[in-house]
Design a protein around this ligand. Structure first.
Ligand code: ATP
Ligand code: MG
Ligand code: MG
Length: 571
Protein backbone atom coordinates (compact mmCIF):
# COMPACT_ATOMS: atom_id res chain seq x y z
CA UNK A 1 0.00 0.00 0.00
CA UNK A 2 2.77 2.43 0.89
CA UNK A 3 4.73 1.36 -2.20
CA UNK A 4 5.60 4.24 -4.42
CA UNK A 5 2.81 5.11 -6.78
CA UNK A 6 4.46 5.66 -10.10
CA UNK A 7 4.25 9.16 -11.46
CA UNK A 8 5.57 11.11 -14.38
CA UNK A 9 8.53 12.36 -12.36
CA UNK A 10 9.64 8.83 -11.63
CA UNK A 11 9.29 8.07 -15.32
CA UNK A 12 11.56 10.98 -16.10
CA UNK A 13 14.14 9.94 -13.52
CA UNK A 14 14.07 6.37 -14.82
CA UNK A 15 14.79 7.68 -18.32
CA UNK A 16 17.69 9.82 -17.03
CA UNK A 17 19.12 6.84 -15.19
CA UNK A 18 18.79 4.66 -18.30
CA UNK A 19 20.60 7.20 -20.44
CA UNK A 20 23.28 7.75 -17.81
CA UNK A 21 22.70 11.49 -18.00
CA UNK A 22 23.98 12.31 -14.51
CA UNK A 23 26.17 9.20 -14.12
CA UNK A 24 29.64 10.66 -14.52
CA UNK A 25 29.46 13.68 -12.23
CA UNK A 26 32.04 14.20 -9.53
CA UNK A 27 32.52 16.82 -6.84
CA UNK A 28 35.67 19.04 -6.84
CA UNK A 29 37.55 16.30 -4.93
CA UNK A 30 36.76 13.79 -7.65
CA UNK A 31 34.21 11.87 -5.59
CA UNK A 32 31.24 10.55 -7.53
CA UNK A 33 27.96 12.38 -6.97
CA UNK A 34 24.56 10.75 -6.57
CA UNK A 35 22.63 10.39 -9.83
CA UNK A 36 19.43 11.66 -8.23
CA UNK A 37 19.69 14.87 -6.21
CA UNK A 38 16.53 16.75 -5.23
CA UNK A 39 16.02 19.56 -2.77
CA UNK A 40 13.36 20.95 -0.48
CA UNK A 41 13.75 24.74 -0.61
CA UNK A 42 11.35 26.53 1.75
CA UNK A 43 11.49 30.21 2.38
CA UNK A 44 11.76 30.60 6.18
CA UNK A 45 8.86 33.04 6.31
CA UNK A 46 6.08 30.99 7.87
CA UNK A 47 4.93 27.64 9.14
CA UNK A 48 4.81 24.69 6.75
CA UNK A 49 1.44 23.32 5.70
CA UNK A 50 0.11 20.15 4.13
CA UNK A 51 1.11 21.42 0.66
CA UNK A 52 4.71 21.63 1.81
CA UNK A 53 4.37 18.12 3.23
CA UNK A 54 3.58 17.04 -0.30
CA UNK A 55 6.78 18.62 -1.59
CA UNK A 56 8.79 17.15 1.31
CA UNK A 57 7.44 13.64 0.74
CA UNK A 58 8.03 13.95 -2.98
CA UNK A 59 11.59 15.28 -2.84
CA UNK A 60 12.89 13.30 0.12
CA UNK A 61 10.88 10.27 -0.99
CA UNK A 62 12.52 10.26 -4.44
CA UNK A 63 15.98 10.57 -2.90
CA UNK A 64 15.22 7.69 -0.56
CA UNK A 65 13.75 5.44 -3.23
CA UNK A 66 16.55 6.05 -5.74
CA UNK A 67 19.39 5.96 -3.23
CA UNK A 68 20.09 9.61 -3.96
CA UNK A 69 20.21 12.78 -1.93
CA UNK A 70 17.75 15.48 -0.99
CA UNK A 71 19.21 18.71 0.29
CA UNK A 72 17.44 20.78 2.92
CA UNK A 73 17.81 24.35 1.75
CA UNK A 74 16.51 27.52 3.27
CA UNK A 75 15.78 29.88 0.45
CA UNK A 76 16.51 32.96 2.52
CA UNK A 77 17.32 35.48 -0.20
CA UNK A 78 14.57 37.89 0.85
CA UNK A 79 15.86 39.67 3.97
CA UNK A 80 12.73 41.32 5.30
CA UNK A 81 10.36 38.42 5.80
CA UNK A 82 12.61 35.75 7.21
CA UNK A 83 13.26 34.70 10.75
CA UNK A 84 15.16 32.12 12.77
CA UNK A 85 11.93 31.00 14.46
CA UNK A 86 10.70 29.74 11.10
CA UNK A 87 13.98 27.97 10.35
CA UNK A 88 13.63 26.03 13.59
CA UNK A 89 10.01 25.02 13.06
CA UNK A 90 10.70 23.94 9.47
CA UNK A 91 13.62 21.72 10.53
CA UNK A 92 11.42 20.25 13.22
CA UNK A 93 8.58 19.56 10.78
CA UNK A 94 10.76 17.83 8.18
CA UNK A 95 12.44 15.66 10.80
CA UNK A 96 9.11 14.79 12.35
CA UNK A 97 7.83 13.71 8.94
CA UNK A 98 10.62 11.16 9.00
CA UNK A 99 13.22 12.61 6.67
CA UNK A 100 16.77 13.81 7.01
CA UNK A 101 19.42 15.41 4.84
CA UNK A 102 22.49 13.50 5.97
CA UNK A 103 24.21 10.92 3.81
CA UNK A 104 27.73 9.48 3.57
CA UNK A 105 28.64 12.60 1.57
CA UNK A 106 27.79 14.95 4.42
CA UNK A 107 25.12 16.96 6.16
CA UNK A 108 23.19 18.65 3.39
CA UNK A 109 21.56 21.47 5.30
CA UNK A 110 22.11 24.68 3.39
CA UNK A 111 21.19 28.33 3.43
CA UNK A 112 20.94 30.21 0.16
CA UNK A 113 22.40 33.23 1.96
CA UNK A 114 25.66 31.28 2.30
CA UNK A 115 25.97 31.58 -1.48
CA UNK A 116 25.67 35.38 -1.62
CA UNK A 117 29.38 35.84 -2.39
CA UNK A 118 29.22 33.32 -5.22
CA UNK A 119 26.04 34.82 -6.59
CA UNK A 120 27.62 38.24 -6.53
CA UNK A 121 30.70 37.12 -8.47
CA UNK A 122 28.53 35.37 -11.01
CA UNK A 123 26.58 38.58 -11.47
CA UNK A 124 29.80 40.49 -12.13
CA UNK A 125 30.66 37.84 -14.70
CA UNK A 126 27.27 38.29 -16.38
CA UNK A 127 27.99 42.02 -16.63
CA UNK A 128 31.48 41.61 -18.05
CA UNK A 129 30.31 38.98 -20.52
CA UNK A 130 27.64 41.36 -21.81
CA UNK A 131 24.72 39.43 -20.33
CA UNK A 132 23.64 41.92 -17.69
CA UNK A 133 23.43 45.66 -17.20
CA UNK A 134 22.55 48.15 -14.53
CA UNK A 135 19.27 49.85 -15.28
CA UNK A 136 18.59 53.25 -13.74
CA UNK A 137 14.98 53.71 -14.78
CA UNK A 138 12.41 54.28 -12.06
CA UNK A 139 10.21 51.36 -11.09
CA UNK A 140 7.28 53.01 -12.91
CA UNK A 141 9.24 53.48 -16.10
CA UNK A 142 10.44 49.93 -15.96
CA UNK A 143 6.93 48.58 -15.48
CA UNK A 144 5.64 50.70 -18.34
CA UNK A 145 8.43 49.66 -20.68
CA UNK A 146 7.96 46.00 -19.91
CA UNK A 147 4.99 45.86 -22.27
CA UNK A 148 2.28 43.27 -21.77
CA UNK A 149 1.03 40.03 -23.26
CA UNK A 150 0.04 41.65 -26.54
CA UNK A 151 2.72 44.32 -26.77
CA UNK A 152 6.47 43.86 -26.77
CA UNK A 153 8.52 45.79 -24.23
CA UNK A 154 10.81 48.73 -24.95
CA UNK A 155 14.54 48.67 -24.39
CA UNK A 156 15.73 50.70 -21.44
CA UNK A 157 17.78 53.76 -22.40
CA UNK A 158 20.47 52.28 -20.10
CA UNK A 159 20.49 48.90 -21.80
CA UNK A 160 23.53 49.69 -23.89
CA UNK A 161 25.55 51.64 -21.37
CA UNK A 162 29.20 50.56 -21.40
CA UNK A 163 30.04 47.36 -19.55
CA UNK A 164 32.54 49.27 -17.39
CA UNK A 165 29.84 51.70 -16.32
CA UNK A 166 27.46 48.88 -15.34
CA UNK A 167 30.20 47.10 -13.42
CA UNK A 168 31.15 50.30 -11.63
CA UNK A 169 27.54 51.04 -10.71
CA UNK A 170 26.95 47.48 -9.56
CA UNK A 171 29.99 47.67 -7.26
CA UNK A 172 28.74 50.96 -5.89
CA UNK A 173 25.29 49.44 -5.39
CA UNK A 174 26.98 46.80 -3.26
CA UNK A 175 29.01 49.42 -1.42
CA UNK A 176 25.80 51.08 -0.30
CA UNK A 177 26.09 54.31 -2.28
CA UNK A 178 22.48 54.25 -3.50
CA UNK A 179 19.04 54.17 -2.05
CA UNK A 180 16.56 51.31 -2.54
CA UNK A 181 15.22 51.33 -6.09
CA UNK A 182 17.76 53.77 -7.54
CA UNK A 183 19.37 51.12 -9.73
CA UNK A 184 18.76 47.50 -10.52
CA UNK A 185 20.81 44.82 -12.22
CA UNK A 186 19.02 43.17 -15.14
CA UNK A 187 19.76 40.28 -17.46
CA UNK A 188 20.14 41.36 -21.05
CA UNK A 189 17.89 38.95 -22.95
CA UNK A 190 15.01 40.14 -25.13
CA UNK A 191 12.46 42.87 -24.39
CA UNK A 192 10.28 41.51 -27.18
CA UNK A 193 10.13 37.94 -25.90
CA UNK A 194 6.59 36.54 -25.79
CA UNK A 195 7.59 35.21 -22.35
CA UNK A 196 7.41 38.19 -19.98
CA UNK A 197 9.94 36.50 -17.70
CA UNK A 198 12.55 36.80 -20.44
CA UNK A 199 12.15 40.57 -20.88
CA UNK A 200 15.41 41.48 -19.18
CA UNK A 201 14.42 40.16 -15.73
CA UNK A 202 15.92 41.72 -12.62
CA UNK A 203 18.84 39.89 -11.07
CA UNK A 204 19.84 42.09 -8.13
CA UNK A 205 18.04 44.86 -6.32
CA UNK A 206 19.08 47.32 -3.66
CA UNK A 207 17.55 46.55 -0.29
CA UNK A 208 18.91 48.24 2.79
CA UNK A 209 17.64 45.60 5.17
CA UNK A 210 19.00 43.45 7.95
CA UNK A 211 19.20 39.76 7.09
CA UNK A 212 18.57 37.11 9.74
CA UNK A 213 21.89 35.39 8.94
CA UNK A 214 24.14 37.80 7.04
CA UNK A 215 23.23 40.79 9.17
CA UNK A 216 24.17 44.07 7.48
CA UNK A 217 26.84 42.62 5.20
CA UNK A 218 24.68 43.11 2.11
CA UNK A 219 22.48 45.90 0.88
CA UNK A 220 21.84 44.25 -2.47
CA UNK A 221 19.98 40.96 -2.69
CA UNK A 222 19.59 38.51 -5.58
CA UNK A 223 16.13 37.96 -7.08
CA UNK A 224 14.52 34.57 -6.58
CA UNK A 225 14.60 33.61 -10.26
CA UNK A 226 18.33 34.29 -10.45
CA UNK A 227 19.21 32.76 -7.10
CA UNK A 228 17.23 29.54 -7.40
CA UNK A 229 19.03 27.93 -10.36
CA UNK A 230 22.38 28.87 -8.82
CA UNK A 231 21.40 27.30 -5.50
CA UNK A 232 20.39 24.14 -7.35
CA UNK A 233 23.62 23.97 -9.32
CA UNK A 234 25.84 24.60 -6.27
CA UNK A 235 24.11 21.71 -4.52
CA UNK A 236 24.47 19.42 -7.58
CA UNK A 237 20.70 19.08 -7.88
CA UNK A 238 19.62 16.94 -10.83
CA UNK A 239 15.84 17.23 -10.64
CA UNK A 240 14.53 20.56 -9.43
CA UNK A 241 10.83 20.08 -8.75
CA UNK A 242 8.54 23.02 -8.35
CA UNK A 243 4.90 23.91 -8.67
CA UNK A 244 3.23 24.77 -11.98
CA UNK A 245 3.27 28.53 -11.58
CA UNK A 246 7.01 28.39 -12.26
CA UNK A 247 6.63 26.86 -15.70
CA UNK A 248 7.09 30.23 -17.44
CA UNK A 249 10.18 30.84 -15.34
CA UNK A 250 11.94 27.76 -16.66
CA UNK A 251 13.49 29.44 -19.74
CA UNK A 252 15.22 31.94 -17.45
CA UNK A 253 16.29 29.13 -15.11
CA UNK A 254 17.99 27.47 -18.09
CA UNK A 255 19.38 30.79 -19.36
CA UNK A 256 21.12 31.54 -16.05
CA UNK A 257 22.65 28.10 -15.78
CA UNK A 258 23.82 27.97 -19.37
CA UNK A 259 25.45 31.40 -19.23
CA UNK A 260 27.22 30.45 -15.99
CA UNK A 261 28.25 27.06 -17.36
CA UNK A 262 29.72 28.87 -20.40
CA UNK A 263 31.63 31.03 -17.91
CA UNK A 264 33.06 27.96 -16.22
CA UNK A 265 31.12 28.33 -12.97
CA UNK A 266 29.21 25.08 -13.40
CA UNK A 267 29.76 21.83 -15.24
CA UNK A 268 27.20 20.24 -17.48
CA UNK A 269 24.87 18.34 -17.17
CA UNK A 270 22.99 21.10 -15.39
CA UNK A 271 20.01 20.78 -13.04
CA UNK A 272 16.64 20.61 -14.76
CA UNK A 273 13.42 22.12 -13.53
CA UNK A 274 10.20 20.11 -13.69
CA UNK A 275 6.83 21.40 -12.61
CA UNK A 276 4.06 19.48 -10.90
CA UNK A 277 0.60 20.48 -9.71
CA UNK A 278 0.44 21.95 -6.24
CA UNK A 279 -1.65 20.17 -3.67
CA UNK A 280 -5.05 21.69 -3.13
CA UNK A 281 -6.98 20.10 -0.31
CA UNK A 282 -10.74 20.49 -0.01
CA UNK A 283 -12.10 22.12 3.16
CA UNK A 284 -8.66 23.64 3.73
CA UNK A 285 -6.51 26.52 2.58
CA UNK A 286 -2.83 26.23 1.76
CA UNK A 287 -1.58 29.77 1.54
CA UNK A 288 0.79 31.02 4.21
CA UNK A 289 -0.66 34.49 3.92
CA UNK A 290 -4.24 33.38 4.55
CA UNK A 291 -3.21 31.02 7.33
CA UNK A 292 -1.45 33.96 8.96
CA UNK A 293 -4.74 35.87 8.81
CA UNK A 294 -6.53 33.08 10.68
CA UNK A 295 -3.88 33.24 13.41
CA UNK A 296 -3.65 37.01 13.65
CA UNK A 297 -7.39 37.52 13.73
CA UNK A 298 -7.65 34.80 16.38
CA UNK A 299 -10.07 32.73 14.32
CA UNK A 300 -7.94 29.79 15.44
CA UNK A 301 -5.83 29.36 18.57
CA UNK A 302 -2.42 29.72 16.91
CA UNK A 303 -0.34 27.99 14.25
CA UNK A 304 -0.65 24.63 15.97
CA UNK A 305 -4.40 24.77 16.42
CA UNK A 306 -5.57 21.23 15.57
CA UNK A 307 -7.96 22.68 12.98
CA UNK A 308 -5.09 24.22 11.01
CA UNK A 309 -3.64 22.49 7.92
CA UNK A 310 -0.15 23.40 9.14
CA UNK A 311 2.18 20.53 9.93
CA UNK A 312 2.29 21.60 13.59
CA UNK A 313 -1.52 21.75 13.53
CA UNK A 314 -2.21 18.35 12.04
CA UNK A 315 0.47 16.87 14.26
CA UNK A 316 -1.30 18.21 17.32
CA UNK A 317 -4.59 17.00 15.88
CA UNK A 318 -3.24 13.45 16.09
CA UNK A 319 -1.87 12.82 12.62
CA UNK A 320 1.16 10.58 12.32
CA UNK A 321 4.10 11.02 9.92
CA UNK A 322 3.17 7.67 8.40
CA UNK A 323 -0.39 8.82 7.69
CA UNK A 324 0.88 11.97 5.99
CA UNK A 325 3.35 10.00 3.88
CA UNK A 326 0.59 7.61 2.93
CA UNK A 327 -1.65 10.52 1.99
CA UNK A 328 1.07 12.07 -0.18
CA UNK A 329 1.58 8.76 -1.98
CA UNK A 330 -2.12 8.27 -2.54
CA UNK A 331 -2.75 11.77 -3.79
CA UNK A 332 -0.23 11.19 -6.57
CA UNK A 333 1.80 13.68 -8.57
CA UNK A 334 0.18 15.27 -11.55
CA UNK A 335 0.78 17.88 -14.20
CA UNK A 336 -2.65 19.47 -13.95
CA UNK A 337 -4.13 21.36 -11.03
CA UNK A 338 -6.76 19.45 -9.15
CA UNK A 339 -8.30 19.15 -5.72
CA UNK A 340 -7.63 16.25 -3.40
CA UNK A 341 -10.51 15.44 -1.13
CA UNK A 342 -10.08 15.91 2.61
CA UNK A 343 -11.48 12.40 3.03
CA UNK A 344 -8.27 11.08 1.43
CA UNK A 345 -6.26 12.65 4.24
CA UNK A 346 -8.68 11.41 6.88
CA UNK A 347 -8.73 7.92 5.33
CA UNK A 348 -4.94 7.74 5.44
CA UNK A 349 -4.99 8.47 9.17
CA UNK A 350 -7.61 5.81 9.84
CA UNK A 351 -5.66 3.28 7.80
CA UNK A 352 -2.47 4.08 9.67
CA UNK A 353 -3.99 4.07 13.15
CA UNK A 354 -6.41 1.16 12.85
CA UNK A 355 -3.74 -1.55 13.15
CA UNK A 356 -1.71 0.41 15.72
CA UNK A 357 -3.96 2.28 18.11
CA UNK A 358 -4.90 0.60 21.39
CA UNK A 359 -8.62 0.60 22.11
CA UNK A 360 -10.36 2.31 24.99
CA UNK A 361 -13.90 3.21 26.00
CA UNK A 362 -15.01 6.81 26.27
CA UNK A 363 -18.46 8.12 27.03
CA UNK A 364 -18.74 11.49 25.32
CA UNK A 365 -22.38 12.46 25.97
CA UNK A 366 -23.09 10.82 29.32
CA UNK A 367 -26.38 9.49 30.68
CA UNK A 368 -26.64 7.57 33.96
CA UNK A 369 -27.57 3.86 33.84
CA UNK A 370 -28.55 2.28 37.13
CA UNK A 371 -28.49 -1.51 37.45
CA UNK A 372 -31.10 -1.91 40.16
CA UNK A 373 -30.34 -5.54 41.01
CA UNK A 374 -26.55 -4.99 41.14
CA UNK A 375 -25.30 -5.05 44.74
CA UNK A 376 -24.46 -1.56 46.00
CA UNK A 377 -20.93 -2.38 47.14
CA UNK A 378 -19.94 -4.82 44.39
CA UNK A 379 -17.30 -4.00 41.82
CA UNK A 380 -16.14 -6.58 39.34
CA UNK A 381 -13.45 -6.45 36.68
CA UNK A 382 -14.27 -6.76 33.00
CA UNK A 383 -11.56 -7.49 30.49
CA UNK A 384 -11.18 -6.35 26.91
CA UNK A 385 -8.44 -6.79 24.32
CA UNK A 386 -6.00 -3.92 23.91
CA UNK A 387 -6.34 -4.49 20.18
CA UNK A 388 -8.97 -6.83 18.69
CA UNK A 389 -6.66 -8.10 15.93
CA UNK A 390 -3.54 -8.42 18.08
CA UNK A 391 -4.23 -10.77 20.98
CA UNK A 392 -0.49 -10.82 21.68
CA UNK A 393 -0.79 -7.24 22.89
CA UNK A 394 -2.77 -8.47 25.86
CA UNK A 395 -5.77 -7.20 27.77
CA UNK A 396 -6.95 -4.24 29.73
CA UNK A 397 -9.49 -4.33 32.50
CA UNK A 398 -11.92 -1.95 34.08
CA UNK A 399 -14.56 -2.31 36.80
CA UNK A 400 -18.31 -2.54 36.51
CA UNK A 401 -20.51 -1.37 39.36
CA UNK A 402 -24.12 -0.47 40.10
CA UNK A 403 -24.04 2.93 38.37
CA UNK A 404 -22.62 3.46 34.93
CA UNK A 405 -22.29 6.19 32.35
CA UNK A 406 -23.65 5.33 28.93
CA UNK A 407 -24.11 7.45 25.82
CA UNK A 408 -27.23 9.58 25.75
CA UNK A 409 -28.13 8.24 22.32
CA UNK A 410 -28.21 4.66 23.62
CA UNK A 411 -31.59 5.10 25.29
CA UNK A 412 -34.91 6.05 23.72
CA UNK A 413 -38.16 5.76 25.61
CA UNK A 414 -40.18 5.02 22.48
CA UNK A 415 -37.89 3.39 19.94
CA UNK A 416 -38.16 3.75 16.20
CA UNK A 417 -38.05 0.71 13.97
CA UNK A 418 -34.58 -0.83 13.83
CA UNK A 419 -33.42 0.67 17.15
CA UNK A 420 -31.80 -2.12 19.15
CA UNK A 421 -30.34 -0.29 22.10
CA UNK A 422 -32.00 0.54 25.43
CA UNK A 423 -35.75 1.04 25.71
CA UNK A 424 -38.09 -0.33 28.35
CA UNK A 425 -38.39 -4.08 27.92
CA UNK A 426 -35.34 -4.51 25.66
CA UNK A 427 -32.15 -6.41 26.40
CA UNK A 428 -28.71 -5.24 25.35
CA UNK A 429 -25.18 -6.30 26.12
CA UNK A 430 -22.90 -3.93 28.00
CA UNK A 431 -19.76 -4.38 25.92
CA UNK A 432 -17.25 -6.67 27.72
CA UNK A 433 -19.78 -6.93 30.58
CA UNK A 434 -23.26 -8.24 31.29
CA UNK A 435 -26.56 -8.39 29.48
CA UNK A 436 -29.09 -6.01 31.00
CA UNK A 437 -32.81 -5.55 30.51
CA UNK A 438 -34.13 -2.01 30.54
CA UNK A 439 -37.04 -1.30 32.89
CA UNK A 440 -37.77 2.40 33.13
CA UNK A 441 -36.26 5.87 33.26
CA UNK A 442 -36.23 8.97 35.50
CA UNK A 443 -37.02 12.41 34.16
CA UNK A 444 -36.59 15.94 35.41
CA UNK A 445 -39.43 18.47 35.62
CA UNK A 446 -38.98 19.29 31.92
CA UNK A 447 -39.36 15.69 30.87
CA UNK A 448 -35.69 15.24 30.07
CA UNK A 449 -34.40 11.74 30.78
CA UNK A 450 -31.80 11.93 33.55
CA UNK A 451 -31.30 8.25 34.40
CA UNK A 452 -32.17 4.86 32.97
CA UNK A 453 -32.91 1.78 35.03
CA UNK A 454 -32.22 -1.85 34.23
CA UNK A 455 -31.55 -5.25 35.75
CA UNK A 456 -28.62 -7.47 34.89
CA UNK A 457 -28.30 -11.20 34.40
CA UNK A 458 -25.48 -12.41 36.66
CA UNK A 459 -24.69 -15.43 34.46
CA UNK A 460 -24.37 -13.43 31.22
CA UNK A 461 -20.89 -11.94 31.59
CA UNK A 462 -18.86 -11.72 28.40
CA UNK A 463 -16.39 -14.58 28.18
CA UNK A 464 -18.26 -16.68 30.76
CA UNK A 465 -19.94 -20.01 29.96
CA UNK A 466 -23.43 -18.64 30.39
CA UNK A 467 -22.94 -15.71 28.06
CA UNK A 468 -23.72 -17.82 25.00
CA UNK A 469 -27.29 -18.24 26.21
CA UNK A 470 -27.95 -14.55 25.72
CA UNK A 471 -28.56 -13.24 22.25
CA UNK A 472 -28.98 -9.49 21.98
CA UNK A 473 -29.11 -7.30 18.91
CA UNK A 474 -27.67 -4.27 20.65
CA UNK A 475 -24.30 -3.73 22.29
CA UNK A 476 -23.53 -0.48 24.11
CA UNK A 477 -20.38 1.07 25.57
CA UNK A 478 -20.12 2.28 29.17
CA UNK A 479 -17.83 3.21 32.00
CA UNK A 480 -18.40 2.78 35.69
CA UNK A 481 -19.65 6.01 37.28
CA UNK A 482 -17.31 5.52 40.22
CA UNK A 483 -14.30 4.30 38.27
CA UNK A 484 -13.38 6.51 35.34
CA UNK A 485 -11.32 9.51 34.35
CA UNK A 486 -13.14 12.74 33.79
CA UNK A 487 -11.34 14.47 30.95
CA UNK A 488 -11.56 17.43 28.65
CA UNK A 489 -12.12 16.19 25.12
CA UNK A 490 -12.04 18.40 22.07
CA UNK A 491 -14.14 17.26 19.18
CA UNK A 492 -12.62 18.74 16.05
CA UNK A 493 -14.19 18.92 12.66
CA UNK A 494 -13.29 20.52 9.34
CA UNK A 495 -12.40 24.21 9.62
CA UNK A 496 -14.46 25.26 6.60
CA UNK A 497 -17.94 24.35 5.46
CA UNK A 498 -17.11 25.00 1.81
CA UNK A 499 -14.97 22.44 -0.04
CA UNK A 500 -13.15 25.25 -1.86
CA UNK A 501 -12.97 27.98 0.78
CA UNK A 502 -10.76 30.41 -1.14
CA UNK A 503 -11.40 29.45 -4.76
CA UNK A 504 -12.19 32.19 -7.25
CA UNK A 505 -11.38 35.02 -4.86
CA UNK A 506 -14.07 33.97 -2.37
CA UNK A 507 -13.94 35.32 1.18
CA UNK A 508 -12.64 32.23 2.95
CA UNK A 509 -13.49 33.66 6.35
CA UNK A 510 -17.17 33.59 5.45
CA UNK A 511 -17.09 29.80 5.20
CA UNK A 512 -15.55 29.08 8.61
CA UNK A 513 -17.28 26.15 10.28
CA UNK A 514 -18.38 27.50 13.68
CA UNK A 515 -18.68 23.95 15.00
CA UNK A 516 -15.16 22.88 14.11
CA UNK A 517 -14.25 22.78 17.78
CA UNK A 518 -16.49 21.51 20.54
CA UNK A 519 -15.04 21.10 24.01
CA UNK A 520 -16.76 18.56 26.23
CA UNK A 521 -16.17 16.73 29.48
CA UNK A 522 -16.13 13.01 28.87
CA UNK A 523 -15.79 9.93 31.05
CA UNK A 524 -12.94 7.70 29.97
CA UNK A 525 -11.97 4.18 30.88
CA UNK A 526 -9.79 4.50 33.98
CA UNK A 527 -6.61 3.33 32.22
CA UNK A 528 -6.61 6.60 30.28
CA UNK A 529 -5.56 8.39 33.45
CA UNK A 530 -1.91 7.68 32.72
CA UNK A 531 -2.03 8.44 28.99
CA UNK A 532 1.07 10.27 27.82
CA UNK A 533 1.00 13.32 25.62
CA UNK A 534 0.83 12.38 21.94
CA UNK A 535 -0.45 8.84 22.56
CA UNK A 536 -3.17 7.81 20.17
CA UNK A 537 -6.16 5.63 20.94
CA UNK A 538 -9.24 4.40 19.25
CA UNK A 539 -12.14 5.31 21.48
CA UNK A 540 -14.47 2.50 20.49
CA UNK A 541 -17.25 3.64 18.16
CA UNK A 542 -16.13 7.30 18.34
CA UNK A 543 -12.93 7.53 16.37
CA UNK A 544 -9.24 8.14 16.89
CA UNK A 545 -8.12 10.42 19.68
CA UNK A 546 -4.76 11.75 20.77
CA UNK A 547 -3.63 13.01 24.17
CA UNK A 548 -2.94 16.66 23.40
CA UNK A 549 0.79 17.39 23.03
CA UNK A 550 0.52 20.68 24.84
CA UNK A 551 -2.25 20.45 27.43
CA UNK A 552 -2.42 16.77 28.36
CA UNK A 553 -0.64 15.66 31.53
CA UNK A 554 -0.50 12.17 33.03
CA UNK A 555 -3.17 12.19 35.71
CA UNK A 556 -5.07 14.91 33.89
CA UNK A 557 -5.43 13.88 30.28
CA UNK A 558 -6.85 16.12 27.57
CA UNK A 559 -7.82 14.43 24.32
CA UNK A 560 -8.31 15.67 20.77
CA UNK A 561 -10.44 13.84 18.28
CA UNK A 562 -8.19 13.37 15.27
CA UNK A 563 -10.80 11.73 13.04
CA UNK A 564 -14.08 9.90 13.37
CA UNK A 565 -14.24 6.18 12.68
CA UNK A 566 -15.59 6.38 9.21
CA UNK A 567 -16.33 9.19 6.87
CA UNK A 568 -19.63 10.41 8.22
CA UNK A 569 -19.32 13.97 6.94
CA UNK A 570 -22.66 15.29 5.75
CA UNK A 571 -24.57 12.18 6.82
P1 ATP B 1 2.87 29.69 0.08
O1 ATP B 1 2.30 29.91 -1.27
O2 ATP B 1 1.95 29.06 1.05
O3 ATP B 1 3.51 30.94 0.61
P2 ATP B 1 5.37 28.88 -0.97
O4 ATP B 1 5.34 28.05 -2.18
O5 ATP B 1 5.65 30.29 -1.17
O6 ATP B 1 4.03 28.63 -0.13
P3 ATP B 1 7.90 27.96 -0.06
O7 ATP B 1 8.47 28.09 1.29
O8 ATP B 1 8.54 28.70 -1.16
O9 ATP B 1 6.37 28.34 0.10
O10 ATP B 1 7.74 26.43 -0.46
C1 ATP B 1 8.73 25.46 -0.35
C2 ATP B 1 8.45 24.36 -1.32
O11 ATP B 1 7.18 23.79 -1.07
C3 ATP B 1 8.45 24.89 -2.74
O12 ATP B 1 9.26 24.03 -3.52
C4 ATP B 1 7.01 24.83 -3.14
O13 ATP B 1 6.88 24.52 -4.51
C5 ATP B 1 6.45 23.71 -2.28
N1 ATP B 1 5.02 23.90 -2.04
C6 ATP B 1 4.43 24.95 -1.41
N2 ATP B 1 3.09 24.80 -1.42
C7 ATP B 1 2.82 23.63 -2.06
C8 ATP B 1 1.61 22.92 -2.39
N3 ATP B 1 0.40 23.38 -2.06
N4 ATP B 1 1.73 21.75 -3.04
C9 ATP B 1 2.94 21.26 -3.36
N5 ATP B 1 4.10 21.87 -3.09
C10 ATP B 1 4.06 23.05 -2.44
MG1 MG C 1 7.94 30.30 -2.50
MG1 MG D 1 4.48 32.11 -1.34
Amino acid sequence: DTAAISNFIRGMIDADLASGKYAKRTDPNGHPLPTVVTRFPPEPNGYLHIGHAKSICLNFGLARDYGGRCTMRFDDTNPTKEEQEYVDTIIDAVEWLGFNWKDPGGDHLYFASDYFDQMYHMAEYLITSGNAYVDSQSAEEMAKNRGNFTEPGKNSPYRDRPTEESLNLFRRMRAGEFKDGEHILRARIDMASPNMNMRDPAIYRIRHAHHHRTGDKWCIYPMYDYAHPIEDAIEYVTHSLCTLEFQDHRPFYDWVLNKLADGGFFKRPLPEQTEFARLNLTYAITSKRKLLQLVEEKIVDGWDDPRMPTIVGIRRRGYTPEAIQLFCERSGVSKADSWIDMSTLEGALRDDLDPKAPRAIAVLKPLKLIIDNFPETLTEDCTAPIHPHHPERGHRSFPISKELWIEEEDFIEVPSKGYFRLFPGNKVRLRYGYVVECTTCDKDENGKVIAVHCNYFPDSKSGSEGSANYKTKGVITWVSAKHNVEAEVRLYDRLFTDPHPDAGGKDFKATINPNAKETITAYLEQGMKTAHADEKYQFERHGYFVADRVDSKPGKPVFNRAVTLKDSWGK
